[in-house]
Design a protein around this ligand. Structure first.
Ligand code: BGC
Ligand code: ZN
Ligand code: ZN
Length: 362
């Protein structure tokens, strides 16, 4: 059967023929892949820029794909919650042995001894069929979502980020005087899928959202911001004055250190900066004046990665709600779709001009 893989230490992904899985037995489920999404993490692996990318032990190649949507074909004798025909989103991160992993919070693993499908130490979902354990499969209850359910995996990271934001904000009175968030300003940098989904998430909770990005591919950010009642500014955040971006919450999805420095300067008292993007490039030196300002303002910086099963479940609920309320906004984000054979060239390219690319497996 077909799969898309990389050889660690070698640039470029390729199509490969692999053995179909055997089973299912016990708690296992046999799955047919419907769609997989492509993101910066995949391109980082393909270009040899992710130093933690790793094949399964004893294997030469790593099958890519951590953003998946699959259909149940068959179940083992002990499987209770799934039946053939059900749609599921498989989880990325699988637990190691630490205490966080032991309670299903491998997203907060404290020793790094976990594996991630399609990223480190475990084959991913860019293959026609795979076997997985019931406990790592999140059921899609809303069949109307169709291929949009492939956005669950990236969105679950943001649902967790929002959760962390709420927790750290419990140290002060976090709401406006009317008990809502409507007086709170959120600035999101970067109009990729993550920046757009962050904007939708904060906007759903009533915050005033402004999305800032150097580019607006196919006008999608402008059109979605209009739908959700957010502002869109096409600009390079590092060229704007901090006074122009005054925020209660500053979300960076670019990973550019200069943007993060600008964000710190733009925060209000009790402000929170959420760091989500990663890049190995760039440099920013922090000044004593900025350190003092951050201290005096009670600033919180949150770094956040991955999400728990609960965040996948909530992500699916947001997608169903947004499909209802925002018309074709989510569809607009899926700018590119192709079969595996025709996806390799684009996967190995730089992704410019795409918002979300997906691979159609059946
Ligand atoms: C995935 C996360 C994962 C992270 C780091 C992201 O693309 O969505 O689940 O933890 O990459 O490997
Ligand atoms: Zn991803
Ligand atoms: Zn752990």
């Amino acid at each position: 059967m077909k799969a898309i893989a990389v050889k660690i230490g070698q640039k470029g992904s390729f199509l490969v023929n692999v053995e179909p899985p055997k089973g299912p037995v016990g708690n296992q489920v046999l799955l047919k892949t419907l769609y997989t999404g492509v993101c910066g993490t995949d391109r980082g692996i393909i270009n040899g820029l992710l130093n933690f990318a790793k094949a399964e032990s004893g294997k030469e190649i790593l099958i890519l794909g951590h953003e998946g949507l699959a259909q149940v074909m068959d179940v083992g004798d002990n499987v209770r919650s799934l039946r053939p025909g059900d749609l599921v989103v498989p989880m990325v991160r699988r637990p190691g042995k630490c205490i966080q992993c032991g309670v299903g919070r491998q997203d907060n693993c404290e020793d790094g001894d976990f594996v991630e499908a399609g990223i480190r130490g475990k084959d991913g979902f860019m293959r026609e069929y795979f076997i997985d354990d019931e406990q790592y499969l999140v059921k899609v209850k809303d069949n109307n979502l169709g291929k949009l359910a492939v956005l669950t995996e990236p969105l679950k990271n943001l649902v967790k980020a929002y959760d962390v934001y709420q927790t750290v904000s419990d140290r002060y009175l976090k709401m406006c005087s009317d008990g809502s968030y409507e007086c709170k300003k959120v600035t999101v940098i970067g109009a990729g899928p993550i920046g757009i989904l962050f904007s939708m998430l904060f906007s759903t909770h009533g915050f005033q959202v402004r999305l800032i990005s150097r580019s607006d591919k196919e006008g999608v950010a402008t059109s979605i911001c209009k739908k959700i009642g957010a502002d869109f500014t096409q600009a390079d955040a590092i060229k704007l004055n901090p006074e122009e971006m005054v925020s209660d919450v500053f979300v960076d999805t670019t990973g550019r250190p200069e943007v993060i420095g600008k964000g710190l300067q733009a925060l209000k008292y009790n402000g929170v900066e959420i760091l989500f993007g990663t890049t190995l490039a760039g440099n920013y030196s922090i000044t004593g004046a900025l350190v003092t300002e951050a201290v005096e303002k009670n600033v919180t910086i949150i770094g956040t990665v991955d999400g728990a099963k609960q965040h996948y479940i909530e992500a699916l609920n947001y997608l169903s709600m947004w499909k209802e309320t925002y018309g074709n906004s989510l569809e607009l984000m899926i700018t590119d779709e192709d079969v595996p054979e025709n996806s390799i060239e684009a996967l190995n390219g730089d992704g410019k001009g795409e918002i979300k690319r997906i691979v159609r497996w059946s």
